[in-house]
Design a protein around this ligand. Sequence first.
Ligand SMILES: NC(=O)C1=CN([C@@H]2O[C@H](COP(=O)(O)OP(=O)(O)OC[C@H]3O[C@@H](n4cnc5c(N)ncnc54)[C@H](O)[C@@H]3O)[C@@H](O)[C@H]2O)C=CC1
Ligand SMILES: O=C1[C@H](O)[C@H](O)[C@@H](O)[C@H](O)[C@H]1O
Length: 345
Amino acid sequence: MTLKIGVIGTGAIGQDHIRRITNVLSGGEIVAVTDVNQEQAKQVVEVEKLNAKVYEDGHALIQSEDVDALIVTSWGPTHEEFVLAAIKAGKPVFCEKPLATTAEGCKKIVDAEMAYGKPLVQVGYMRRYDKGYQALKNALDHQKIGEPLMVHCAHRNPTVPDTYIGDMAITDTLVHEIDVLRWLLNDDYASVQIVTPRTSSLAKNGLKDPIMVLLETNKGIRIDVEVFVNCQFGYDIQCQVVGETGTANLPEPSSIIMRSEAKLSTEILVDWKDRFIESYDIELQDWINSTKKGIVSGPTAWDGYVVAVVSDACVEARNSKGIVSIATGDIPEFYKGNLSIVGEV
Ligand SMILES: NC(=O)C1=CN([C@@H]2O[C@H](COP(=O)(O)OP(=O)(O)OC[C@H]3O[C@@H](n4cnc5c(N)ncnc54)[C@H](O)[C@@H]3O)[C@@H](O)[C@H]2O)C=CC1
Ligand SMILES: O=C1[C@H](O)[C@H](O)[C@@H](O)[C@H](O)[C@H]1O
């Protein structure tokens, strides 16, 4: 049986997911799309040669009997309403990060899904599907470097659009590290402090850029994450775990090594779509397969809630310039035993 999928938001990642589901993955078909920019939605149907209907809004799409499951790739502040509507309609939903822009909004989704009584929601934290992060997790789970003590990360964007403002370095960018590191370390967060180095003269939109995020986990692991969203040179994701008997680094994306014109060089990617293209493919194929079995095997609404709680604490820490305690509470029974292929948290 083919999963009939509706997509809310036909922008950058919405188009990329439509492309992969249509041309790369198996078991799913895009039968419905919508966007507030209706012309764009119509163009995507035409360009991707979809046999899909363009709906006037997300709620009409969710209600359609032609749609089995939906993908939310609209702007972050709209996710909560669409995910809640999907749960009310009893339809599986893949929601791109963030699940909601506040912890309160995420908790509403958690409560609604538990009241519905069956897992429906997966959140698009795709780094858990990245083969490099999975290799790192395998090494840690098998004690290859002893117990982890510290983690050094960098999340660097070459630049960001003019719409990238305010706390988005935390709420839109750092959220990837917040999710993947709790999964990687099988741990949760106890506190956070944010320090702001000298701001780059090339920073945009009034952003204080870069920032340094200092996290401590419940097991006492110390994490530092550099978030630098106008680094100019490329899209660069670094993660090094320091353990009792060694270190383990996230592998660099494969790239040829050139010797030419008296230089030794290798390329750095500049676009997140390319850096994690395989991870998105694995993630969405897993979502299609799991949804057809009636299960959620990836990051859940509870994972989305935990990220939002930590993200809120990071924003508070940046504003207060102090150390902020983090308490995410115990995972509800409903979400325990998430037999995710990416490991149980
Ligand atoms: N997992 C990942 O690595 C990534 C996740 N994202 C997330 O995906 C979401 C979309 O990001 P982008 O594609 O970069 O943004 P975008 O701005 O390119 O696309 C968003 C689209 O949603 C549409 N939209 C906004 N409100 C809507 C509504 N109420 N109903 C229907 N359509 C609506 C906009 O018109 C736009 O076409 C964001 O939440 C972002 O955080 C984005 C990039 C990478
Ligand atoms: O989700 C994303 C992308 O995946 C990038 O990693 C971030 O840097 C970007 O800000 C965000 O939209």
